[in-house]
Design a protein around this ligand. Structure first.
Ligand code: DON
Length: 567
């Protein structure tokens, strides 16, 4: 989609942009595929991908580009890009080191297990999903500074493009205009002062969005580092916003927030090394379980989306999600038997009752027995030095809690809904949980985000990830199987139809484009198959020799940009 140049004043404004000098924020389009030689960035918004490439061109590495791209997304893609949310970064560095950075939101100090239940014990999900009380303590800015340890350019350089885009404005895409129009009432109801996303007339494609308050917040971060967000003016504005409408995030919660570097989850799949996110994301564990449950079953011979391959993948998805609901939570608070859950013997046992001829059932498929002893966004980056970065970051629902911090110009997440508000009560993605994922002060809520890197002979081969709530691990799973087992191109692996099973509800969800005959065959076996909207927005980078192939999902405005692209 091309966004037309709007007016002379806008052109003037474009020329005053310093750091984004080659980027025209009023005329851009979503390039879906690029082959770069010196690097590539793929993200949910063309301007953010362009910012990432501009950083690589200035000599930055993949981590520099990932930081700048995230900051740009916080401006140009407010539905999911954020500084008021949280995320995860998985990277493989040129020195061979794998890293995982956890900047998931935390429950505020005043949070308590039953805070979203009424006096009769009934869940009040509106409170965990909308408005001030739905917000966890944001982690993104701490995560950017934790990642910065591996960057090489001055932080001021990485944040300046975002400041320019917020201060001077940019043209919004059609889908952004549609979302702003659709959410006008909610933005009005859930804010104490009208945010810039609300205006009198209808938003149109190409309208300019200027975010002065956000620009000032970004400047405070530029000038004061992490403290520019977690202390001083910004922190005071967050606390003041909380006090206006029963929010509970305190100044101490903000001051005490720390991102955590964790040991990435690394496993082998038929000679490929898969590097992915550990707890508090369930994504890596689920991905490992699913890949290991299919590894010995010659799925490649079954071919892409035949009834046989879909049935096998559905049954491993069912089993992995049953375990998620039973066993997984923040490892800093609860004991999780990760080793056992991912051991070959345990996973072989989980598949003992697998029947290739018949639909399994979630009523009889419980979690394994272990004795105790949809808004998010993904970006993938590769540079020419051997560094690759996968980042998935989120506000949870689209535009998070829909509450903007007055005076600071950014949206707060509604991540508290990722806790289990009560055992047996599904969250907005239908995910279930128990005590392991119950709310406690300072605890991180369980996630499904699965930023993942595949290494071949210890060299980067694939960088993968997607938004989509509980469909994230199953989409990453399918993307990997499409490439590693069905021999598909990265482009097809992203764009071919996806399906999803998450134990409960006991159904296979399929995209509209899913093969109708296979759907009928699955139904004949006893599966309930439901058609749904798009699944995920997967961003893949594949490295083949000197070529860095980047693919942006057709399902959104996602865009790939290359450094020294091959025409
Ligand atoms: O962390 C999680 O699993 C969720 N908060 C992700 C939400 C999401 O992907 C929404 N995107 N469509």
């Amino acid at each position: 989609m091309n966004i037309k140049q709007k007016s002379l004043s806008i052109v003037v404004c474009f020329f005053v942009l310093q750091s984004t000098a080659q980027i025209n924020p009023y005329n851009y389009h979503s390039q879906k595929k690029v082959v770069g030689v010196n690097g590539a960035v793929v993200s949910a918004h063309p301007l953010a991908s362009k910012v990432g490439i501009s950083i690589l061109k200035q000599g930055g590495n993949a981590v520099d580009a990932a930081i700048a791209t995230q900051l740009a997304l916080a401006v140009v893609y407010p539905g999911a890009g954020n500084i008021g949310g949280g995320g995860f970064m998985v990277a493989h560095l040129k020195n061979g080191k794998n890293i995982a950075i956890d900047y998931r939101e935390k429950a505020p100090g005043k949070a308590s297990r039953d805070m979203y239940l009424d006096s009769l014990g009934n869940p009040m999900l509106q409170l965990s999903q909308d408005g001030h009380l739905a917000a966890g303590v944001p982690g993104t800015v701490a995560g950017l500074f934790a990642s910065y340890k591996y960057a090489s350019l001055p932080f001021a350089k990485l944040i300046q493009p975002a400041i320019d885009l917020a201060e001077n404005g940019f043209a919004i895409t059609r889908s952004e205009a549609e979302s702003f129009n659709e959410l006008k009432e909610e933005f009005t109801a859930l804010n104490t002062t009208l945010p810039v996303f609300v205006k009198q007339q209808h938003w149109k494609t190409g309208d300019t969005l200027i975010q002065k308050d956000l620009a000032n917040t970004l400047k405070r971060i530029r000038d004061n580092g992490q403290k520019g967000f977690y202390a001083g003016e910004t922190a005071k504005l967050i606390v003041a916003e909380m006090q206006k409408a029963n929010g509970i995030i305190s100044y101490e919660d903000l001051e005490n927030y720390q991102a955590k570097e964790r040991k990435p989850d690394v496993f082998n799949y038929k000679g490929n090394t898969i590097v992915t996110m550990p707890l508090p994301s369930s994504g890596g564990i689920i991905l490992q379980q699913m890949m290991k449950m299919i590894e010995k079953r010659n799925i490649g011979a079954m071919k892409f989306q035949t009834v046989a391959s879909v049935q096998l993948m559905t049954e491993v998805e069912r089993r992995a999600f049953a375990d998620r609901a039973e066993f997984l939570g923040d490892p800093d608070f609860v004991k999780v038997p990760v080793k056992k859950l991912t051991s070959n013997a345990y996973l072989a046992g989980r598949m003992k009752n697998y029947d290739a001829k018949k639909a399994g059932s979630s009523a009889t498929t419980k979690a394994g027995i272990i004795k105790e002893s949809e808004e998010t966004t993904h970006l993938s980056v590769a540079d020419n030095k051997g560094n690759v970065v996968a980042v998935t970051t989120t506000l949870n629902g689209s535009y998070g809690s829909r509450t903007v911090v007055n005076g600071a110009g950014f949206l707060l997440n509604n991540e508290m809904d990722d806790f289990s508000v009560k055992p047996g009560v599904p969250n907005m993605y239908g995910a279930l949980g128990n005590e392991k994922n119950a709310i406690a002060p300072g605890k991180r809520m369980l996630s499904s985000m699965t930023p993942t890197i595949v290494l071949k002979n210890n060299k980067p081969y694939l960088v993968v990830g997607t938004p989509g709530g509980t469909t994230i691990p199953t989409s990453v799973f399918q993307t990997l199987v499409n490439i590693l087992e069905f021999g598909m191109s990265a482009e097809d692996a992203v764009n071919k139809p996806k399906f999803h099973h998450q134990w409960l509800p006991d159904e296979i969800d399929v995209e509209k484009e899913f093969d109708k005959v296979v759907k009928q065959q699955l139904e004949a076996m006893g599966y309930k198959v439901m058609q749904r909207g798009h699944i995920g927005r997967t961003e893949v980078i594949q490295i083949k020799g000197k070529q860095i192939i980047a693919i942006g999902d057709y399902r959104g405005d996602d865009a790939a940009e290359g450094f020294a692209p091959v025409p």
